[in-house]
Design a protein around this ligand. Structure first.
Ligand code: DC
Length: 228
């Protein structure tokens, strides 16, 4: 019988360390890495460029759904240096802007947008497997993943990490507004009716508050069931 590819689902709130962990686990195991948040961010970037803001009326929502269905997104490079292109343009940096983060949380609450992204995510990862990070990977996209991890951390730790990440990239940021933006986003992501952020059935909860990145990576890799 053909072996099922290894698929590791890593879900959790913003700033828990999902991206850094997923990238390093992918490198360690030689698996593809899929950042599903970047797909919602790509839709958000196009929506913002089309002049749409976070307060969407019916016509605005419909426009966003159209953008999601036509989205031309490509990932290139190894997990540590992955680049994201939309319509052939490298938007890797632009996707991280705070207004895109906020808009991504808004567009990802639209069920038709989610349906389109989930379909693409299944297509991208089903054949070769991979380390897939997001909010609904273990609950909706790949409920029968080899391993499901819910990565979390104390809110203060998550806010500090996001602040350091932004300032580390040269983005001017205010500590309090980073924390407030994160609270707003987590609340929206975990209370939306369609695919709210929550631990999947069978997910292992890993709290990264007091762990270094290599310790989190070790913890995740150690959770993998032994290969038969
Ligand atoms: O992981 P991230 O910060 O790049 O995600 C951006 C937004 O996209 C986040 O606020 C919630 C949404 N998202 C989602 O709803 N489902 C996913 N699988 C990934 C991200």
């Amino acid at each position: 019988m053909a072996q099922r590819p290894i698929l590791i689902a890593i879900d959790g709130p913003a700033g828990a360390g999902k991206s850094a962990t997923a990238r390093e686990v992918a490198v360690r195991l030689g698996l593809p890495y899929l950042d599903t948040g970047a797909m919602y961010r790509a839709v958000a970037l196009l929506a913002a460029r089309a002049g749409l803001g976070p307060e969407l009326d019916a016509a605005g929502r419909e426009a966003v759904v159209g953008l999601a269905r036509r989205l031309d997104v490509h990932f290139a490079g190894d997990p540590r240096n992955q680049r994201v292109a939309v319509g052939g343009e490298d938007v890797t940096g632009a996707l991280r802007a705070p207004e895109v983060s906020r808009m991504a949380s808004v567009v990802s609450a639209i069920p038709e947008v989610r349906r389109e992204m989930v379909r693409r995510q299944r297509e991208l990862a089903a054949r070769a497997g991979g380390v897939v990070e997001g909010r609904d990977i273990g609950t909706v996209v790949f409920p029968d993943a080899t391993l499901k991890v819910f990565l979390t951390a104390d809110p203060e730790v998550r806010a500090r990490r996001r602040f350091e990440e932004l300032t580390g990239h040269g983005v001017a940021a205010c500590r309090e507004s980073v924390a407030a933006e994160q609270r707003e986003r987590d609340l929206r992501d975990s209370t939306r009716p369609d695919s709210p952020l929550k631990p999947a059935q069978g997910a292992v909860i890993v709290d990264s508050s007091r762990l270094s990145l290599p310790q989190v990576v070790d913890a995740v890799v150690a959770l993998l069931p032994p290969t038969p």
